[in-house]
Design a protein around this ligand. Structure first.
Ligand SMILES: [Zn+2]
Length: 92
C-alpha cells in the first residue's frame, strides 16, 4: 500500500518512539510530535473589566493551559483544516 506521507504526519525525524500525550477530547494516546498543541490563556477576570484594568496599567495574572488533540479530533473541532481543497486532494 502506498504511503500518504513519508513522515507519517510526524516531526520526529530519525528518532524512534517518542513520548505519548493523551488527546484532550477523546483521550487517545498520540505521539507528541504528531499531536496538535493548543495553548490558551485565561484569567478569572471578565473581559471588559480586564481591558479596563489593563488600560490603566494594572496587571492581571493569567493561567496557561496547554491541550493536545489527536488529528481527527482537531479536524472535527475545526481547530485545524486540511491543507488542500477537496478536489485538489483527489487529484494525483
Ligand atoms: Zn482525539
Amino acid at each position: 500500500m502506498p504511503k500518504k506521507r513519508r513522515s507519517g504526519g510526524r516531526t520526529r525525524g530519525k528518532k524512534g518512539v517518542g513520548t505519548q500525550v493523551s488527546c484532550a477530547a477523546c483521550g487517545q494516546l498520540v505521539e507528541k510530535s504528531k499531536a496538535k498543541k493548543f495553548t490558551t490563556y485565561s484569567s478569572g477576570v471578565e473581559y471588559k473589566l480586564a481591558k479596563e484594568i489593563q488600560s490603566e496599567g494594572g496587571y492581571i495574572p493569567r493561567q496557561k493551559k496547554v491541550q493536545y488533540y489527536c488529528v481527527s479530533c482537531a479536524i472535527h473541532r475545526h481547530k485545524i483544516r486540511p491543507g488542500r481543497k477537496r478536489e485538489e486532494r483527489k487529484r494525483k
